[in-house]
Design a protein around this ligand. Sequence first.
Ligand SMILES: [Zn+2]
Length: 114
Amino acid sequence: MKKLIKKKGLTLNELLVVIIILAVLSAIIIPQLDIFSDGANKSACRANQRRLDSATDVWYAHDKANLKKEPTVDGLVTEGFISGPVSCPGGGNYKYNKATSMFECSDRSHSRSG
Ligand SMILES: [Zn+2]
């Protein structure tokens, strides 16, 4: 009489198929995550720029002597007009533009006009 024994686990070929499927799925999904990450960085940067503009308005209104000066990110933070370190998540730097009276990021893709 033959005894039927059920094997548990995967054969080598089944394991290879699973690994290939996972590799194909990750090759499709990982580039998509970069796109989401870029969009999130852009949104966070634009939000930072709006926060800096609001803090600048308060900074100007706080002291008339500030009207002769140009705001800086460090100045707004150290004087307490905006909380915490404010930095671009994409690695850009913020600089005040006198012509537009707004802060702008050095990373052009984070521009609020485009
Ligand atoms: Zn930026």
